[in-house]
Design a protein. Structure first.
Length: 41
């Protein structure tokens, strides 16, 4: 039983990061970087 709360605490940041990725924030930033590189070149 003691191990269950520990894993929950460790998993929370992962869940938040995955929510951001699911929202498309990272993908959007990656696309912006690609477009910026294409314009720069």
């Amino acid at each position: 039983m003691e191990g269950i709360p520990m894993t929950e605490v460790q998993m929370q940041p992962d869940v938040e990061a995955r929510d951001i990725i699911a929202d498309g924030g990272l993908l959007f930033l990656f696309l912006l970087l690609l477009i910026g590189l294409i314009i720069f070149i």
